[in-house]
Design a protein around this ligand. Structure first.
Ligand code: UDH
Ligand code: NGS
Length: 287
């Protein structure tokens, strides 16, 4: 089976728990939306990453076991930049984590929510993760005090991005780009909807799910939740979904019936690559 070749688990029980406040953070980082792979590579000397993009701090046990899940298609350059940046930051944050890139096979229109759900279902089989972070490939955190930890409520890690002008995100109920859930929280709101093919709405739907399940997104302090958005054009296989407002209007009555527990997908490939685990999935497009 594809998953059986997972990186071996270390016996880390003798180590102390990593500190609540990591001591090697740098705070604000100077990154621009035009940052190149060469620059990111030069700046970050990555060490001790296990096969498949997994890492455990050397001298302590991570407080959580975190799976970073990146819904992905056809953004190779951004992926390399994003993954290298993540490794550098997450290691300074002293997290135990793995990075999982979940790619949707063509020709289906892109579906970010479905990929997140398929990712969660897959990584649950690989390791006993306690925290899932769903992460856009084009978003780079700019302050490593923005700790990728799960909270007692779901977390929206972004308070501002270079896409959003200077002062605020587009709207108060925006929950796009990077969100974090404990395993229990993800289950409680039934993950994302699987029905949003193409661009838009799946993150708004997630907001409705979280609220309907009696939870509330929290955000970090405004100053540290800033992201750089890498520049890209629109995607042919991710057109604005004309159906998204209709789907959203039904979200409240539908969330219990479809989501992470009902997601239908076929796993075409799973590879433990040097800096991440790559998972290719295929779905049947709903009519
Ligand atoms: N994604 C891909 N490949 C795609 C589409 C989306 O990897 O072809 C992933 C990626 O992780 C990305 C996320 O889905 O960060 C969100 O998609 P996006 O970056 O396209 O979303 P954003 O809101 O889009 O940044 C702005 C372009 C709007 C285009 C509208 C219709 N074409
Ligand atoms: C909203 C979309 C969201 C999207 C957001 C991005 O209109 O999915 O724009 O805004 N909702 C619908 O289309 C229903 S942005 O960050 O680009 O200002 O995430």
């Amino acid at each position: 089976d594809l998953i059986a070749k997972s990186a071996p688990k270390k016996n880390r029980s003798a180590l102390p728990l990593c500190p609540e406040q990591p001591s090697h953070l740098v705070g604000k980082m100077n990154i621009k939306p035009t940052v190149t792979l060469e620059e990111v590579t030069k700046e970050n000397n990555l060490k001790n990453i296990s096969f498949g993009g997994r890492y455990s701090p050397q001298n302590c046990n991570g407080r959580e076991r975190t799976a970073i899940i990146i819904p992905y298609r056809d953004r190779k350059e951004h992926l390399e930049i994003c993954v290298r940046h993540l490794h550098a930051v997450l290691q300074r944050q002293e997290l135990e984590y793995g990075i999982y890139v979940v790619e949707m096979a063509l020709p289906t229109q892109f579906n970010r929510g479905l990929l997140a759900n398929a990712g969660v279902r897959t990584v649950r089989e690989i390791y006993d993760y306690t925290c899932f972070i769903i992460h856009d490939v084009d978003m780079l955190m700019t302050d490593d005090r923005n700790l990728y930890r799960c909270g007692n409520q779901p977390v929206h890690f972004l308070t501002l991005s270079t896409k959003h002008g200077n002062n605020s995100i587009s709207y108060a109920d925006y929950y796009g780009a990077v969100v974090g859930f404990t395993s229990e929280q993800y289950q409680k709101c039934n993950g994302f909807s699987n029905l949003y093919f193409g661009w838009g709405g799946e993150d708004d739907d997630l907001g409705i799910r979280v609220q309907s399940a009696g939870m509330k997104f929290i955000r970090p302090k405004k100053e540290i939740g800033m992201y750089v958005a890498l520049l890209h054009d629109g995607d042919v296989s991710n057109q604005r979904n004309p159906n998204r407002y209709v789907l959203l209007s039904q979200a409240k009555s539908r969330w219990m019936e479809e989501g992470v527990e009902t997601v239908q997908f076929q796993r075409l490939a799973l590879e433990y690559r040097k800096l991440y685990t790559w998972i290719l999935i295929r779905v049947k497009e709903e009519s």
